[in-house]
Design a binder for this molecule. Structure first.
Ligand code: AMP
Ligand code: MG
Length: 592
């Protein structure tokens, strides 16, 4: 594992040389000390340095052959250690510090390792951003704006940077954020749901891969380019009523000569002259020169002469006429890029006479389950085993988003099989999802294999259900290791995977639909944690949207997920919602 375990928060500063890392740390350190933090700095040097001076006792003893020289006085001590072979690793260097006397370790250098870092960036250095490739970057300090949702700080505002660092060290130090019972996952503090989501989104790229398909195949897919109308809808100005068409200039005449009749699908072949009227049916094209229709109920025709009963309504110029193109004008946008094709869009595109749509090629998402206890449904149940439900829930969630699912089945607990599966998945999919195997007590081989194949982070998200989450890339394909518990799988999918898929699909700043509802029972959470409760919302007799929890909230209990129509979200800063309090609900339209 190239993850790093320290018992105090560890924070790096990543930058190209010349950005002024040391100067910045030098300016910030007194402020951190003033705020009560005991800080260590670990700095990586590329060159051969020597702190010792010829002639000093320590120098003489070292040169005489001491491979480690520890010199101590009442004021300070120094260990000077030769590194004859491999350079010391950061985890090893951390063990050399006395962590009992520290609140925070700052690291300069070691930028390829996995631990939280602030990127320092100056425009004048003219180097690329690091956050785009380094998933560990939690904030950007720069003198220019970055295209990211990560927190951004001015590199010249030392106070603001100090605040951020102090807050980071506090958050990572809260007691509930410490490594729990025998946890084998190195932990640098938990992430909030929002932090996790933002980090993920920074590393997800939109895929631009258009494909032209026959109309019905476009159902549920996203339009790649604006669909322009090749015609006017309606094609001609036509009558909205059965009645008589006249010229608006003639409104004030007392009577009109009926010169003909026009039915839907036909037309009157001559321009209308002064004083003339044509009998017209709904949908029939209005004759040239005519622009006003009077309904039949108002008319009295005697031979070729028609008069209108104005007591039933004065005639207004242009009335009862549908203008050519008023629905949709030639070359105007019928369905915009990024819209999803549903029933009305599909009908509308057909109504324009088009038989193809250019869509974003559906994303291919590979899914598999892990765990020796997991069995495929349909088999006779083995002792101590459970049936695989996660692949089926994921299949449903992905299908709803218009994705094509590549189902890789259940992967047995073997390093080589897992490695081969992940490799294969990265060759044929735009995203890879697994469930199980990323939490406390899971066989370590999953983490070993993931670490070997890609750049994967194991996170603990301060949420319930769904604490463990792995995210990274395997051969450039985003990978999510979701928890094993069936409800946690769905909740983490909705919070992390769906936003990532929406971004890959080309939605900009996609947000889940949420509502505010009134709690009809009191709900509990814990400060710092985002709680997702299975709930049922409906409107009460006064038309207020109310919500209550349903069923058991255990993270393995799928039945209460099925009884729910929403998740109730209690944010980290809230500990309770009492009866009558407003809470956020996220509708579960996962049945659509
Ligand atoms: P894990 O995250 O692997 O420790 O799994 C947590 C819990 O979820 C365990 O009780 C597993 O048996 C269960 N679990 C793991 N994978 C699946 C699956 N594919 N379907 C249903 N339950 C699962
Ligand atoms: Mg497991």
């Amino acid at each position: 594992m190239n993850q790093i375990n320290a018992s105090v928060p560890l924070l790096g500063f990543a930058a190209f040389s010349g950005t002024g890392k040391t100067t910045l740390l030098e300016a910030m350190l007194p402020k951190l000390v003033e705020r009560g933090l005991r800080v260590a700095v670990i700095k990586h040097a590329h060159h051969n340095f020597d702190l010792d001076e010829p002639g000093k006792d320590s120098y003489r003893l070292r040169k005489a052959g001491a491979s480690q020289m520890l010199i101590s006085s009442r004021y300070r001590r120094a260990l000077i250690s030769e590194t004859p072979t491999a350079e010391a690793t950061l985890p090893y260097l951390i063990t050399q510090l006395d962590q009992t006397q520290l609140d925070l370790i700052l690291v300069e250098g070691f930028k390829t390792l996995n631990f939280p870092k602030i990127e320092l960036h100056r425009q004048i250095i003219n180097k690329p951003w690091l956050y785009q490739d380094d998933i560990n970057i939690i904030a950007v300090a720069s003198d220019t704006k970055a295209e990211t949702t990560l927190p951004q700080i001015s590199i010249n505002d030392i106070d603001q940077l100090t605040d951020f660092v102090v807050q980071f060290s506090r958050q990572s130090q809260q007691p509930q954020l410490k490594v729990a019972r025998g946890d084998d996952i190195p932990l640098q503090g938990m992430l909030s749901v929002e932090q996790g989501r933002q980090r993920i989104l920074t590393h997800i790229k939109t895929i631009d891969n258009p494909q032209t398909v026959e109309l019905k195949q476009a159902l549920g897919q996203i339009v790649h380019t604006d669909i322009l109308s090749p015609v006017n809808v309606p094609q001609h100005t036509n009558s909205a009523m059965d009645g008589y068409a006249i010229r608006s200039q003639d409104i004030n005449l007392n009577s009109y000569t009926v010169v003909g009749q026009v039915l839907a699908g036909h037309h009157y072949p001559h321009p209308l002259q002064t004083g003339e009227a044509v009998r017209i049916m709904t949908g029939a094209p209005v004759p040239q020169g005519a622009d006003t229709v009077i309904m039949r109920e108002q008319a009295h025709q005697d031979g070729d002469t028609v008069t209108f009963n104005l007591a039933m309504g004065a005639i207004k110029a242009g009335q009862n006429v549908r203008l050519a193109g008023e629905d949709l004008a030639l070359n105007h946008v019928a369905v915009a890029k990024g819209q999803v094709i549903t029933a009305p869009e599909l009908g509308m595109v057909a109504s324009l006479g088009l038989n193809e749509i250019t869509i974003n090629t559906p994303l291919r998402v590979a899914i598999f389950s892990t765990g020796d206890e997991v069995q495929a449904p349909g088999e006779a149940q083995r002792q101590n085993c459970i049936y695989d439900s996660n692949r089926y829930s994921l299949f449903a969630l992905l299908t709803r988003l218009g994705c094509e699912v590549v189902d890789l089945g259940i992967i047995e607990d073997s390093e080589s099989v897992l490695e081969a599966t992940l490799h294969q998945a990265s060759q044929q999919a735009d995203m890879i999802l697994s469930s199980g195997g990323v939490s406390v007590g899971d066989a370590d081989y999953i983490k070993t294999v993931l670490d070997k194949l890609g750049h994967i982070n194991f996170w603990r998200i301060n949420m319930r259900p769904g604490r463990p989450l792995a995210f990274g890339h395997i051969n450039d394909v985003p990978f999510f290791g979701l928890p094993g518990n069936p409800v946690a799988v769905m909740v983490t999918f909705l919070q992390f995977v769906e936003p990532a898929i929406r971004k890959q699909q080309g939605y900009q700043n996609w947000q889940p639909q949420t509502y505010t509802a009134i709690a009809t029972e009191s709900l509990r959470s814990r400060i710092g944690r985002t709680e997702y409760l299975r709930g049922y919302f409906n409107w009460d007799a006064n038309g207020r949207l109310t919500v209550k929890t349903v069923g058991s909230q255990g993270s393995g209990i799928l039945r209460s997920m099925s009884e729910a129509n929403c998740l109730i979200e209690i944010p980290p800063q809230q500990e309770h919602a009492y009866i009558g309090d407003k809470v956020t609900v996220i509708p579960l339209d996962i049945r659509l």
